[in-house]
Design a protein around this ligand. Sequence first.
Ligand SMILES: Nc1ncnc2c1ncn2[C@@H]1O[C@H](COP(=O)(O)OP(=O)(O)OP(=O)(O)O)[C@@H](O)[C@H]1O
Ligand SMILES: [Mg+2]
Length: 474
Amino acid sequence: MHRDSIRLKVVLSLIGPLIFLALINVYLTWRNAVETADLLTDRLLAASAAGIAERIHMGDDGIEALIPPSALAVFSNGDVGERIHYQVRGPDGELIAGDPDVALPAEPLRDLHMVFFDASFRAHAVRQVALRQPVIGGGDNASAVVIVGSTLKSRDGLVYRLWTQSIQGQLLLVAAAGLLSAVGIGLGLRPLLRFAREVEEREPDQLQSFDVGALPSELRPLATALNHAFERVSRQIGAQRRFIANAAHQLRTPLSILKAQASYGLREPSLEGKQLVLEAQEARINQMSRLVSQLLSLARAEQGALLMKADVDFAALTRDVLEEFATVAIDREIDLSFQDEGGPLVVTGHASLLREIVANLVDNAVRYSSPGATVAVDLLRYEGHVRLTIEDSGPGVSDEDLPRLTERFYRGSGAEGESGAEGTGLGLAIVRDIVEAHDGSLTLGRRTTGTGLVATVTLPEAKSAGDEPSGHST
Ligand SMILES: Nc1ncnc2c1ncn2[C@@H]1O[C@H](COP(=O)(O)OP(=O)(O)OP(=O)(O)O)[C@@H](O)[C@H]1O
Ligand SMILES: [Mg+2]
């Protein structure tokens, strides 16, 4: 079993306290066994001492003690090697019968009163009883003292037997509890292992949901979480498949045109003709290289969240991009204006990806508007965010197109119309991906007055703007 195993943990947490309780129990039983055995020994000693005391009487030469065999026979209960000793002394301490070496109790004796005590006799630990017995016919103060003692063999044997029995019982209990809980937990964990096997055996494209209702309640959160993860993965896979198919399609068309142009150019006899074909091919190649760089920036935007980010002055960056577009705007007779708060607006991000945002939105606004239109770019600080608005007075988009503009390769119905604008339909998808990779948001809407499109990008402003210029706080 592994160290992190649930089964091991549960069994240990069960067995640990059980062993502790068993140990307490073993100690208590030991004390109990000792008490029981002591009581039994003392009873036997008492019976024996009383038997001897009964037979003490005044004889012709003073006090006499007849030791009845029955008084000592009480001990012979089968235990081998138990040794009994006794002693009877007269009122003046003179030895009347028995062994002279028997130890006396520490406390003084009263008539007819028994005292039990531990002592040692001939280097053996013994249990003894002492009894003072008035001698019949011996007059006042004529009392004999009877002491009977026994080695502790049968007592210790009894303690041992009582105790080992109890320990065996306890060990059996602990072992049974451990075994039963291990088996029980194994049974309980079986659905989890079955579920794990089911997950394990799935093919890479097998992403359908698990039947949560058929699983034990403890596994349902796991299955639900897996279902959600599978859903996300299959959505992602679907999007990627579509993207690859679209990209391949987009690249195939210009390539086959290029091929047709090339074979036409080869057959063309005149130099001027060949020149014309090459010029057409150059335009086509430019278009293709734009498409390829767009695809690259899409791929980069997807990793955007992972890329190293730095503080970027979004205001300076926007101004830069707009300067690049100035000549195009003049060519197309479009009034391109810019307004901001004057100071730097710092966002954390990837400068070249952030440029793509502004470039694509301005490019659309300029490209789809007819001569004479206005394109107003606005940049301001707004509730801890930087907000970029690009508003044009162009044709705008239809109701059906508006929600689909950020789809990859989607082009509006008017896109190829009178403006004849070339494009692949990737621009806004790239903008959305980059904005999302920077924790920002993109909204596209219609202008409130007249036709035209309004694109709004919101990006979180960098927190670490320590040397923020004064007079620009909101
Ligand atoms: N300012 C705008 N005015 C009118 N239509 C717009 C505007 N911006 C975008 N559109 C519409 O949205 C569509 C998608 O725009 P997007 O920038 O994603 O692709 P594109 O401009 O067609 O191609 P490219 O990938 O070259 O940018 C366009 O084809 C166009 O129909
Ligand atoms: Mg575009």
